[in-house]
Design a protein around this ligand. Structure first.
Ligand code: ATP
Length: 438
C-alpha cells in the first residue's frame, strides 16, 4: 500500500479542515469522523450534485427523507436481524477480531505478531446492527436499531409515495442519509466507518428477468458515467461482479464500482437487483398490500427493485485521493469546480492599502451571493495561492493597483497557474459558465 500517499491525504484533510477524527480531544471514538469547514462544503456539493442528477433532472425519480429509527419489525422483515452479519474470527494471542472474509487484513495481522504464529478461533456470525434504547421510564425501554442501510425507510414508504404522487412504474425513490454499522475493523481513514452516509435510489420495475437485466445494465453505466463526469480517472475505476456466494441475502445480482485506492481496489458503490425481496417481505410482515396495479392493463404485481447504493464518505474519499496532485513542488487538489468547497478566492494585493481592500471587498461581496467565496489578505500572494490550491479552489482573483485604474483584476487558474487580466464586470459570467457546467 502507498502509505505515504495516505499519510499525506490524512494530514492535508486535517490541516485544511476537511476531516477530523471524531471526538478527538477525548482520545477519539474508533470509526467516527467529523467533517470540518471545507469538508462539509465538499460533502454538501457532492450530495447536491447527486440530488440534482437523480431527482431534479429526472421525471422518473422522487425523493424522500425517512427516519433513522424504525419499528424493529421492519428489520426482522428485511432480514437484517438474521442475516446482516459478518463472519468474525478472533486472534488467540491478542483477542483482536477480524472479518474472516478479509484475507489481506488477516495476513497483515499475522505478520504483526513477529515472533509467534497466530492461531484463530472458528468464524462466528456477528450482527452489524447498532442497538439503541428508547423510552423514558427505566426498565420499560424498548430495544431498537439504528439503520444499517437506508433502504428500509424507502421500502416501507413505497405505498405512501405511490398514493401521494402520479408516478408510474418504472420509477425510483431517492434518499440520502446516515447509516450505522458495528464494523469489526474500522479503518483506512473514512473508508470503513461505524457512522457514514449513503445516497441511494431504489428503482422499481416490472418483475421480469428481461426488464431487470436491462435496468441493471442501465444503472451500472449511468453511475460509472456520473463519477467520470466529476473528473475521476477512468483507469482507476472498474466494475466487479459479485459471485453468487458473496451476494447479500436480498440480491439476485450485484456489481460493485471499485476505485484503485492506495491499499488496493475497493468498493464505494453497489448496484443490486433486489428482486421483490423487500416489498414481499414487508407485505408479509405488515399484512399491508404493497402491490402495484398497472393503470393501463390493470395487472397487479409486486415490482422488482434495482438499487444503486453509494457511500457518500467513500465517494468523497476517493474523489479526494483522485484529485491529489504534487507537481513542481506544489500540492493542489484538482477537484471538479462543482465539487470544490470554494469556487473562487478574492485577495487584495496588499492588506494595508485601503483602496485595494475596499475594491476587493466589493468584488467579494457581490460574488458571494452566488458562490462560496474565500477571502484572504494574510501574508504574501504566493502563500495565499498555496493554501487555496490545497483546498482545490479553482480560481483566485487579485485586486492590484492596475485594478483601480482599469476596473479589472487578475484571475489565476489552479491547474495551470496561468494568470490573465479580466474586467470586473465580466467576472460573474466567466465563473458562472465554468462552474455551472457539469
Ligand atoms: P463492505 O463489503 O466494504 O463492507 P458492503 O458491500 O457491505 O461494503 P453495501 O451494504 O453494499 O456495502 O453498502 C453500500 C455502500 O455503502 C458501500 O458501497 C459503501 O460506499 C457504503 N458503506 C458501507 N459500509 C460502510 C462503512 N462501514 N463505512 C463507510 N461506507 C460504507
Amino acid at each position: 500500500m502507498d502509505n505515504n500517499l495516505m499519510e499525506k491525504i490524512i494530514s492535508l484533510a486535517k490541516r485544511r479542515g476537511f476531516i477530523f477524527p471524531g471526538s478527538e480531544i477525548y482520545g477519539g471514538l474508533a470509526g467516527t469522523w467529523d467533517y470540518g469547514p471545507t469538508g462539509v462544503l465538499f460533502k454538501k456539493n457532492l450530495k447536491d450534485l447527486w440530488w440534482r442528477d437523480m431527482v431534479q433532472l429526472r421525471d422518473d425519480i422522487v425523493g424522500i427523507d425517512a427516519a433513522i429509527m424504525m419499528n424493529p419489525i421492519a428489520w426482522k422483515a428485511s432480514g437484517h436481524l438474521d442475516a446482516f452479519s459478518d463472519p468474525l474470527v478472533e486472534c488467540k494471542i491478542c483477542h483482536q477480531r477480524f472479518r474472516a472474509d478479509k484475507k489481506e487484513e488477516i495476513e497483515n495481522h499475522e505478520r504483526s505478531h513477529k515472533k509467534e504464529k497466530v492461531s484463530w478461533t472458528e468464524p462466528r456470525q456477528f450482527n452489524l446492527l447498532v442497538k439503541a434504547y428508547l423510552g423514558v421510564i427505566e426498565g420499560e425501554q424498548s430495544e431498537i436499531f439504528l439503520r444499517g442501510e437506508i433502504t428500509n425507510g424507502v421500502q416501507v414508504n413505497f405505498k405512501n409515495v405511490l398514493d401521494s404522487t402520479r408516478i408510474k412504474i418504472p420509477f425510483g425513490i431517492a434518499q440520502i442519509g446516515k447509516a450505522f454499522r458495528n464494523e469489526i475493523t474500522p479503518g483506512n481513514f473514512t473508508f470503513r466507518s461505524r457512522e457514514f452516509e449513503q445516497m441511494e435510489v431504489q428503482f422499481y420495475i416490472y418483475p421480469s428477468k428481461e426488464e431487470s437485466d436491462k435496468w441493471f445494465e442501465y444503472w451500472k453505466q449511468n453511475r460509472l458515467d456520473w463519477y467520470l463526469s466529476l473528473g475521476m480517472n477512468k483507469n482507476k475505476l472498474r466494475f466487479r461482479d459479485h459471485t453468487p456466494q458473496e451476494r447479500a441475502h436480498y440480491a439476485k445480482a450485484a456489481t460493485d464500482i471499485e476505485y484503485e485506492a492506495p491499499w488496493g481496489w475497493s468498493e464505494f458503490m453497489g448496484i443490486h437487483n433486489r428482486g421483490d425481496w423487500d416489498l414481499s417481505r414487508h407485505q408479509q410482515f405488515s399484512g399491508k398490500d404493497l402491490s402495484y396495479r398497472d393503470p393501463l392493463t390493470g395487472e397487479k404485481y409486486i415490482p422488482w427493485d434495482i438499487e444503486t447504493s453509494a457511500g457518500v464518505d467513500r465517494s468523497l474519499l476517493f474523489l479526494l485521493i483522485d484529485a491529489y496532485r504534487e507537481e513542481k513542488g506544489r500540492v493542489y487538489l484538482k477537484l471538479h469546480p462543482n465539487l470544490a468547497p470554494y469556487k473562487v478566492a478574492v485577495f487584495p494585493l496588499l492588506a494595508n492599502k485601503e483602496n485595494l481592500v475596499k475594491k476587493a471587498r466589493e468584488v467579494y461581496e457581490s460574488l458571494k451571493k452566488k458562490f462560496m467565496v474565500a477571502w484572504d489578505d494574510r501574508g504574501n500572494i504566493g502563500k495565499r495561492y498555496a493554501s487555496q490550491d490545497e483546498i482545490g479552489t479553482p480560481y483566485c482573483l487579485t485586486i492590484d493597483f492596475e485594478s483601480l485604474e482599469n476596473n479589472d483584476l487578475t484571475i489565476r487558474d489552479r491547474d495551470t497557474t496561468k494568470q490573465e487580466r479580466i474586467k470586473i464586470d465580466k467576472i460573474f459570467d466567466y465563473l458562472n459558465q465554468k462552474i455551472e457546467k457539469l
